[in-house]
Write a protein that binds this ligand. Structure first.
Ligand SMILES: Cc1ncc(COP(=O)(O)O)c(C=O)c1O
Length: 392
């Protein structure tokens, strides 16, 4: 049989992380490669109770088709939570999606024609690179530093390549763990103000802050330009695939059409169970537990890095979220480090898949959310041994 596949799918590489995760299935490997929330913190009993109560009280109602926008009461809950944080987002402007990952796909479908320019962080979230690649967009990467995106290069990129979308993760970015400072956000907002561009603010980690102060959302700074993505994956559970998009009315109308074409609506039963869980439990207390655990795990990783890594390896110091980013000396390939690390039974993600046009980079991502503090120490010690043999 000849090639029956579309150009759109043929151009998108397989997820490299999947290949790496195969190596880590060996249980003796300490893996900092995953991107998973810590399963020990999943509210299993509470989800069981919410499911039983819902089926008991609402019966067959929760087994029917539902509306494309998502369950109204859940959208109102999300709107009320934003209000508590001082943000005004009406339930009418919230679309429930199958995780924020679907939000990215729907935005690609709604906004991007083939060849359209997308500004993306470098390094950037692999899932966004993959989602927008399907729509055959042209990426313009702009580096991020410890306090946010490079403003000079962003300005230049925006004037050289008028883009329709800019994608960013300003809180505890995946993969680097960095966050944009308030000043950096204001500068970004100033650059975008008045331009015909949508800023996609992807914020699955914003609630997982264990250090420092919350920073203003772009939705507050430039509401007209901002589409805000949120998710229950990291604060409740990821398996239900429930997230949301908050967007202004005209964008929302188109997104709803895209949503209908994709899957009619997000899993209704899952939406109802999550809402029941949220009504019957104190979500703030639950999030506090996650913050404390991830904060401890992050501290364990940072102190082990200080102790065991050669001084030439630089690291970010995240104030929240699940990832930390290592920059090795120029010219050293993290892919080569990976091959040696696997021999010592420790894994991570080499930086390559987080760049749209560079390979054999000298950076790598470490995840600390799904490994306990003791194991983190052992893994970082092993990685330190590998780095010392390669850096000297
Ligand atoms: C930045 C970012 N956006 C989106 C997602 C996808 O999340 P969801 O489970 O809500 O689809 C992830 C998951 O790791 C992520 O890191």
């Amino acid at each position: 049989m000849g090639n029956i596949f579309s150009d759109r799918i043929s151009d998108v590489p397989r997820s490299f992380i999947r290949e790496i995760l195969k190596v880590t299935l060996d249980e003796s490997v300490i893996s900092f490669a995953g991107g998973l929330p810590n399963r020990d913190l999943f509210p299993l009993e509470e989800i069981k109770a919410a499911t039983a109560k819902l089926l008991e009280e609402s019966g067959k109602d929760v087994l029917q088709y539902s509306s494309s926008e998502g369950y109204r009461e859940l959208r109102e809950w999300i709107s009320a939570r934003y209000r508590k944080k001082g943000m005004s987002i009406d339930a009418d402007n919230i679309l429930i999606t199958a995780g924020s990952q679907q939000g990215l796909d729907l935005l690609g479908k709604t906004i991007l024609n083939e060849g359209d320019s997308v500004v993306i962080e470098e390094p950037g979230y692999l899932g966004a690179i993959q989602a927008f690649s399907i729509y055959r967009s042209r990426f313009h990467p702009v580096p991020v530093h410890e306090d946010g995106i490079d403003i000079g290069l962003l300005g230049r990129t925006l004037s050289e390549h008028p883009a329709k979308l800019m994608y960013c993760v300003p809180n505890f970015q995946n993969p680097s763990g960095i966050s944009y400072s308030t000043e950096n956000r204001k500068q970004v907002a100033e650059l975008l103000q008045g331009k015909n561009i949508l800023l996609v603010e992807d914020d699955p980690y914003g609630e997982l802050r264990f250090l420092g102060q919350d920073k203003p959302s772009f939705h507050t700074l430039i509401p007209h330009n901002t589409v805000l993505l949120g998710s229950f994956s990291k604060i409740v559970i990821p398996s239900f695939r429930i997230g949301w998009i908050a967007a202004r009315h005209e964008v929302m109308e188109k997104l709803i059409i895209a949503k209908q074409a994709s899957d009619l609506h997000t899993n209704y039963f899952g939406q109802r169970v999550i809402l029941q869980y949220l009504k019957d439990n104190n979500i703030d207390e639950h999030i506090e537990k996650i913050r404390e655990a991830y904060g401890r795990q992050r501290d364990a990783m940072v102190s082990a890095i200080r102790e065991y890594f050669p001084a030439a390896a630089q690291y970010t110091e995240p104030e929240g979220g699940m990832f930390l980013w290592i920059t090795l000396p120029e010219g050293l390939s993290a892919m080569e480090v990976f091959k040696k690390a696997i021999e010592l039974k420790v894994a991570f993600v080499p930086g390559d898949p987080f760049y749209v046009n560079r390979t054999n980079v000298n950076t790598l991502r470490l995840n600390y959310s799904s490994v306990d503090a003791g194991t983190i120490r052992t893994g970082i010690r092993r990685l330190g041994e590998v780095l010392k043999t390669m850096i000297g």
